[in-house]
Design a protein around this ligand. Structure first.
Ligand SMILES: CC(=O)N[C@H](C=O)[C@@H](O)[C@H](O)[C@H](O)COP(=O)(O)O
Length: 239
């Protein structure tokens, strides 16, 4: 089946562990991706050449690949140059996710120029635009990106800094773009995933809430700490 059709109304699991995470390992990411596949995910989102390669060997699902790399003097870090695009494709990803914010990519390349470079080199590859605002999503749509994801809302200094997923952006963009609009970023519960679909999302990406035990633990601990600081209603047993 066509890759985009396979994503429709489905859960995409983002399997990423930064260098300072104890799970930072291609072997572990591939096992987590396998678990996500067995659990019913429709696709995997993965970061880094080695991780994509390892996941490609382990799962049959479509892979959305990216490479996070920081270049001095430039803000974009999600597959910001053609070099990272080459590696993502070489590793076996089906879709390449790139920064499509208004910030120039390394070498002062605009999103429009970057998109043209990728399209000329890879005429058939599906390209996902990681955006942070409505305007960026619209621009990405008219440039010809195949999918648009709300990944970077809350991660540029001009987008809303909220704890929840950006439902308003999901709703507005899904009405105005005619390519799949992916809801991504800070989805922590199944209810939020359903809400994203109801706002018009084509598929949802969940990362941290499924694949990062360190952050999941921290979230539990924070809730408990807050409850305790409010003079918890029930007796806390101290050892
Ligand atoms: C902003 C950024 O760099 N996002 C990254 C994009 O690949 C990942 O670190 C996120 O985990 C992913 O977008 C899923 O989001 P969440 O982990 O909130 O479910």
């Amino acid at each position: 089946m066509d890759i985009l059709r396979r994503l429709e109304k489905g859960l995409i699991v983002s399997c990423q562990a930064p260098v300072d995470d104890p799970l930072h390992s291609s072997f572990i990411m591939a096992r987590i991706a396998k678990a996500a596949e067995l659990g019913g995910a429709v696709a995997i989102r993965a970061n880094g050449y080695e991780d994509i390669l390892a996941i490609r060997k382990e799962v049959k699902l479509p892979i959305i690949g990216l490479i996070k790399k920081h270049y001095e003097g430039y803000k974009p870090y999600i597959t910001p140059t053609i070099e990272e695009v080459d590696k993502v494709i070489k590793a076996g990803a089906d879709i390449v996710a790139v920064d499509a914010t208004k910030a120039c990519k390394p070498g002062n390349i605009t999103t429009a120029e970057f998109f043209t470079m990728i399209r000329q080199k890879y005429p058939k590859t599906l390209i996902m635009a990681d955006i942070s605002t409505y305007e960026e999503g619209i621009e990405a749509y008219y440039l010809g990106f195949n999918l648009i994801s709300t990944t970077l809302s809350g991660y540029t200094d001009y987008s809303p800094q909220i704890d929840e997923p950006d439902f308003e952006l999901i709703e507005r963009l899904s009405k105005d773009v005619k390519v799949p609009l992916i809801a991504e970023g800070r989805i922590w519960t199944p209810e939020q995933a359903i809400k994203a679909f109801e706002k018009g999302a084509y598929a949802v990406v969940v990362g941290t809430a499924i694949t990062r035990p360190q952050e999941i633990t921290r979230r539990f601990v924070n809730y408990i700490t807050e409850w305790r600081s409010k003079g918890c209603k029930n007796k806390v047993v101290s050892s």
